[in-house]
Design a protein around this ligand. Sequence first.
Ligand code: SAM
Ligand code: SF4
Length: 366
Amino acid sequence: MKTNHLSPLTLDEIVSLLEYDRTRAEHELFPLARKVKEESVGNTVYFRGLIEFSNYCHKNCLYCGLRRENRRVARYDIPDEEILAMARFAREHNYASIVMQSGERSDAHFVERVEKLLAAIIKESAGELRITLSCGEQSAEVYERWYAAGATRYLLRIESSKRELYHQIHPQDENHSFEKRVECLKLLKRLGYQTGTGVMIGLPGQNTLDLASDLCFFRDLDIHMVGMGPFIEHQETPLAGSHPQMLPLQERLFLALKMVAVLRIMMKDINIAAATALQAIDPTGREQALAVGANVIMPNITPKKYREDYKLYENKPCTDEDPWQCQGCLERRIASVGNTIGYGEFGDSKHYKEQISKKNDKKQKI
Ligand code: SAM
Ligand code: SF4
């Protein structure tokens, strides 16, 4: 690999890395990414207990099983008490962080409910849990309220940083605006959130130049965390069906691993999640991502009875398991790639912490 990883990779270099065949990837790209990971963030994997607390959604993204027009999904809102019990489960199992994820809603009732839940979890956990939200696009006021109530991290995937592709996978209306999504990401950063984004890999019509541009988008935005994974069809969505130009699933997985590896080389100290969708293609998909640069895993701690109704895509793994069943299985899988679990550690993004300390230094000098 000719790339001098000390200087920023150019767009052309990134495209060329993403086009490596298996032999070159396995002998050149992946070992370098592994080394960069070891040297910059180490081999500790941080857990974020994932709570899929509601599947109501007012959006209609063309790829997602939770889209408003999918009438075949039973909608649920997990009662507050059960959500608090899941947060307790995370703390008792030393996860130190949870992610509260839902479909997108912006009605006053939803906003207030999330705010109250955040406050209740913070109170009960006495500051021992970091909370990430993943509840879509909201106004500045809502993001501020949720931050004040205790959420410190936010995940909002850009899905694709190429405007035309974004429009191809979303309805053409003001409820699905590319510009608004970018604005929300900038806003989240400005408000002080540890901010994460990501894309789907293997979308119809997407090429390696698009994906390389996605990686540059993360770098230009100076993002703190990334979670990206393969696109997987869901039968009850408009993007399902035969798209002649679609990559086979195994190729999407391989491309996703190369995306993780190149991103680790480009942004050494950010947090990169091993996406659950990797596991939908290969049972060891997430461990493969850990071995080439990822350092975060989101074990699903949603009770089994709700999981069947949070199917974003086909073949979503572990929908027939309860939270405690995930734990032992994950420990073995993570050890198999020489990584250890950072039980009890918040695992904040190093990149975020660096940014904050630089800002504070600057303030002191003024
Ligand atoms: N509603 C919020 C949002 O869209 O930001 C958060 C929940 S949404 C279900 C979380 C992520 O699921 C999306 O950002 C999207 O990338 C992913 N997703 C949805 N459908 C998918 C599919 N068919 N294949 C892979 N990932 C998918
Ligand atoms: Fe709703 Fe998020 Fe699915 Fe879009 S990706 S339909 S916003 S849950």
